[in-house]
Design a protein around this ligand. Structure first.
Ligand code: NAP
Length: 242
């Protein structure tokens, strides 16, 4: 059986992606770091509608933890493989650079960038052996245009976009596609502290995006129909930046 693994699938955009992929018939692996209650809620939402979902907690920024979790999953799924990987787990720690502490920088780079590296490297071999795979990286508007207060986050997301383009050229011949989506403001826990009323005045469509809207795009890129799209960065931002 083919599985789809979504990092940071417990909440927000990741939860919506898990649900959408399950609706499309994928068996879903919900990764999360610590919020088990939220991950169980995602699982419940999927199983209630007849889908299949498993939990697989690990910290994406911890290479050893990633390897151990994948090894454990693979040893109990000898006939299965993960054909879709959505690198969605992410954090932000915003502050102007002049005030930025070492851990503001390293935590954001470790989760948003090293997190992509550890799990993608681990799952690539199986995708290449099976000569099929879909990797979708959740980047950000911030990684394309930069945003003040997000030097750490913009650097991580811009690097993720570079990695997407490079990797797509390494694995295209084996029918593994690698793409990024770059959301603008999406209503989740991550943006809950922002002043939506004033920020939405800058957005041509006049509102924050919904996690389900990002999930639909990811779902398409994860499909077999998307075989000829690779190395792309697709913005989904209500026209905020083009
Ligand atoms: P969110 O609601 O804060 O959820 C973050 C998710 O990432 C949670 O599932 C969390 O797990 C998980 N996570 C965080 N650190 C992790 C780690 N070290 N290992 C494993 N999982 C980890 O965030 P969101 O708004 O849905 O954002 C999802 C992605 O979209 C992120 O990459 C973010 O940068 C990107 N993005 C968001 C927006 C936006 O406006 N919301 C815009 C552009 C890009 P726990 O539940 O266990 O904490």
């Amino acid at each position: 059986m083919e599985y789809a693994l979504v990092t940071g699938g417990s909440r927000g955009i990741g939860r919506a992606i898990c649900q959408k992929l399950a609706d499309s018939g994928f068996s879903v692996i919900i990764n999360y770091k610590s919020n088990e209650a939220a991950a169980l809620e995602t699982q419940k939402l999927i199983t209630e509608t007849g889908g299949i979902a498993e939990l697989l907690p690990f910290d994406v920024s911890d290479g050893k933890a990633v390897d151990a979790a994948v090894e454990q999953w693979q040893s109990s799924h000898l006939d299965d493989y993960i054909s879709v990987l959505v690198n969605n787990a992410g954090i932000r720690k915003d502050t102007m650079m002049i005030f930025m502490q070492d851990e503001d920088w390293t935590d954001v780079i470790d989760t948003n960038l090293f997190g992509f590296f550890y799990i993608t490297r681990r799952l690539l071999k199986d995708m290449l052996t099976h000569r099929y795979g879909r990797i979708i990286n959740v980047a950000s508007l911030s990684g394309i245009k930069g945003l003040p207060g997000q030097v750490n986050y913009s650097a991580a997301k811009a690097a993720l976009i570079g990695a997407t383009k490079s990797l797509s050229q390494e694995v295209g011949a084996r029918k593994v596609t690698v793409n990024a989506v770059a959301p603008g403001f999406v209503a989740t826990d991550m943006t809950a502290s922002l002043d939506e009323a004033s920020l939405k005045k800058m957005i041509p469509v006049g509102r924050f995006g919904r996690p389900e809207e990002v999930a639909s795009l990811v779902n398409y890129l994860a499909s077999r129909e998307a075989a000829y799209i690779t190395g792309e960065v697709i913005s989904i931002n209500g026209g905020l930046y083009t």
